[in-house]
Design a protein around this ligand. Structure first.
Ligand code: UT7
Length: 335
C-alpha cells in the first residue's frame, strides 16, 4: 500500500488595507468609549478597505503567498476563498481572485462558514492534497466586514475590520509535519444569533429590507459570547486530548480573534502559557475568515513561527460553526 499523503502549509501571505479606524474615531460616530471597547473586546483599531470588494483583499494576500513560495500563479490547481462578504453572490470571489492573479489553471470556489471559514476551507483543501488529486491548493480567508457593518450600531461596528490572508497547501515532504488532525462542528440552531437577515433568497433586497437595515450584520453578542467561550475551549481541548498533547507540548494557539476574553478562556482551558497565544485583535479587530491566516502570516514574517512547532488553530462563528486544527508547522522561519 502506498503511504498516506499529508497536506502541509508551505507558504503564507497577507494583506491589510492602509486606512485605520481607531476607537477614538468610533467615539465620534457612536455612543462608545475607547475604554469600553478595549476592556470588553481587546480591540484598539481596525483596517478599512475604501475601494473595491473582498477580492481586493484576497488577491494581494494570494500574490504575497505565492511570492513567499517562489512559484507562479499558473501552478495553482485549486483556489478556495472563505468569506461571508463576497464581492457578489456569484460568481465566486475565488473566480475573481483567479482572474486578478492570473491563476489560469486553477478551478475555484468559495466556502461560507463565517468566522470558521478559514479552518473549514483549510480542511477542505487538505482533502484534495491527501487524496492525491491535486498538488497546490491556495486557501484564502478574506472579508470586507466594513461593507456589511452598520456604523450607527455600537453593538457591532466596534468589532469588525477588513483583511485578507492566504496559505498554500502542498503534499508534505515529511510525514511528521503538516496538517495532522481536525475537529469541525456546526449547529444551525444558532442561526438567529449572528446573521445577515436580508439580501438572500429569503429576504431579497427591497427598499423595505434596506430601511430595516437587514443587509447589515446582526449579533446577539451575549448569546454568542456564551457559546463561543465553551465551543472554542471544548474543541481545542478535544484536539489536544485526541493527540495526547498537554499545554506544554503546544507551541502556539492561533485563535479566531473575536474577543480577547474568549481567547483567554480558551488558553486557560488548554493550560497554555500566555506567551504561546497569537493575538493581533488589538490592531485588526474581527476580520472574520481572515483572522487565523493573518496571525499565521504575521508570526511567520516576524520569524516567530518555526518548522516542527505544534500549532492549534481554533475558531467559533456564525452558523454556529466551530472547529480546531492541529498543524505541525512545516515552513522554516523567515530569516
Ligand atoms: O466572531 C464570531 C463570533 N462572535 C463572537 O464571538 C462575539 C461574541 N460576543 C462578544 O464578544 C461580546 O458579547 C461583545 C463584545 C459583542 C459585547 O460584550 P458584552 O460584555 O457581552 O456586552 P453586552 O452586549 O452584554 O453589553 C453590555 C452593555 C450594554 O448596556 P446595558 O444594556 O448593560 O446598559 C450594551 O448596550 O454594554 C453596552 N454596549 C456598549 N457600550 C459602549 C454594547 N456595545 C457598546 C459599545 N460601547 N460599543
Amino acid at each position: 500500500m502506498s503511504e498516506r499523503i499529508r497536506a502541509a502549509i508551505t507558504a503564507v501571505g497577507h494583506y491589510v488595507p492602509e486606512k485605520i479606524l481607531s476607537n477614538k474615531e468610533l467615539e465620534k460616530m457612536v455612543d462608545t468609549t475607547d475604554e469600553w471597547i478595549v476592556t470588553r473586546t481587546g480591540i484598539r483599531e481596525r483596517r478599512i478597505l475604501e475601494q473595491g470588494g473582498t477580492s481586493e483583499l484576497a488577491a494581494p494576500a494570494a500574490l504575497a503567498c505565492l511570492k513567499n513560495r517562489g512559484i507562479e500563479a499558473g501552478e495553482i490547481d485549486v483556489i478556495i476563498v472563505a468569506t461571508i462578504s463576497p464581492d457578489m453572490f456569484f460568481p465566486s470571489t475565488a473566480c475573481l481572485v483567479q482572474e486578478k492573479i492570473g491563476a489560469k489553471n486553477a478551478w475555484c470556489f468559495d466556502v461560507s462558514a463565517a468566522c470558521s471559514g478559514f479552518v473549514f476551507a483549510l480542511v477542505t483543501g487538505c482533502q484534495f492534497i491527501e487524496a492525491g488529486t491535486y498538488k497546490k491548493v491556495l486557501v484564502i480567508g478574506s472579508d470586507k466586514m466594513s461593507a456589511i457593518t452598520d456604523y450607527t450600531d455600537r453593538n457591532t461596528c466596534v468589532l469588525f475590520g477588513d483583511a485578507g490572508a492566504a496559505v498554500l497547501l502542498e503534499p508534505s515532504d515529511d510525514p511528521n509535519l503538516g496538517v495532522m488532525d481536525h475537529r469541525l462542528y456546526s449547529d444551525g440552531a444558532g442561526k438567529n444569533a449572528l446573521y445577515q437577515k436580508g439580501g438572500g433568497s429569503l429576504n431579497p433586497p427591497t427598499y423595505q429590507t434596506i430601511d430595516n437595515k437587514m443587509h447589515y450584520i446582526y449579533q446577539d453578542g451575549k448569546s454568542v459570547f456564551k457559546v463561543a467561550v465553551i465551543g472554542m475551549a471544548d474543541v481545542s481541548a478535544e484536539i489536544m486530548k485526541r493527540n495526547n498533547l498537554t499545554g506544554a507540548d503546544v507551541d502556539w494557539l492561533v485563535p479566531h480573534q473575536a474577543n480577547l476574553r474568549i481567547i483567554d478562556a480558551c488558553r486557560e482551558r488548554m493550560n497554555l502559557d500566555p506567551s504561546k497565544v497569537m493575538i493581533n485583535i488589538d490592531k485588526y479587530g474581527n476580520t472574520t475568515a481572515a483572522t487565523i491566516p493573518l496571525c499565521l502570516s504575521e508570526w511567520w514574517h516576524a520569524g516567530k513561527l518555526k518548522r516542527g512547532q505544534k500549532v492549534v488553530l481554533s475558531s467559533f462563528g456564525a452558523g454556529y460553526t466551530w472547529g480546531a486544527v492541529l498543524v505541525n508547522w512545516s515552513i522554516d522561519p523567515k530569516s
